[in-house]
Design a protein around this ligand. Sequence first.
Ligand SMILES: Cc1cc2nc3c(=O)[nH]c(=O)nc-3n(C[C@H](O)[C@H](O)[C@H](O)COP(=O)(O)OP(=O)(O)OC[C@H]3O[C@@H](n4cnc5c(N)ncnc54)[C@H](O)[C@@H]3O)c2cc1C
Length: 194
Amino acid sequence: MDSEIEVRLLAITPNSEELIEKAGRLCYASEDKLGTKKGWLQARIKEGHESLIEHASATFYIRASRALTHELVRHRLGSYSQRSQRYVKETEPQFITPPEILEHPGALDIFNEAMRASWASYQALLDSGVKPEIARYALPNACVTQIICTWNFREIRHIIKLRTSPRALPEMRTVALKIKEIMKAQAPSVFEDL
Ligand SMILES: Cc1cc2nc3c(=O)[nH]c(=O)nc-3n(C[C@H](O)[C@H](O)[C@H](O)COP(=O)(O)OP(=O)(O)OC[C@H]3O[C@@H](n4cnc5c(N)ncnc54)[C@H](O)[C@@H]3O)c2cc1C
């Protein structure tokens, strides 16, 4: 079954912008000016005083391919919980079809046949008594997975910058653009320049 990518915000530090500014104002003993100057946080970010934005974090639910999550968890300054292919059977074929496949005549049929064959082999291995953790070696990178990720705002800015670039994996770009849209709405003073 062809599946959709999903990105959902699950949790975020309450009053994150105020908290970050409070931390910054403490550094310069200017707490009395809290909330008085538009662009104050952006100025701190621009000058490289980025540890301030580590005080706030956000947690996302992401449903995407295993190809994507393999890259996503390379971001080391994060916490991750991912659906297990060792303890959960992937008996229902759920996979991401990259839209780029459609740009090449005949490629979709080849791709769909690979998905069918992968899951047929997976099921046959399970039926023969092989454990899910071993049978999963027959599953494709396109297999859908679910992951919950927590990052601080500094890491989220880093991920957005790196993963919305034209050099990033297209599926990753889709996810990173959605994260960017969410964060710009949630904490504009931290993310408005991106
Ligand atoms: C377009 C693209 C192509 C890529 N191609 C490949 C590839 O072919 N093969 C491959 O293996 N990977 C590849 N990667 C992954 C890449 O090398 C990084 O592992 C990944 O992007 C995580 O980024 P990061 O290390 O900057 O950030 P994070 O792990 O998110 O860390 C954030 C920042 O913290 C600092 N930091 C974290 N850990 C350390 C440390 N140990 N020492 C010093 N500073 C640290 C760095 O400043 C880092 O930028 C690619 C990434 C992109 C975006």
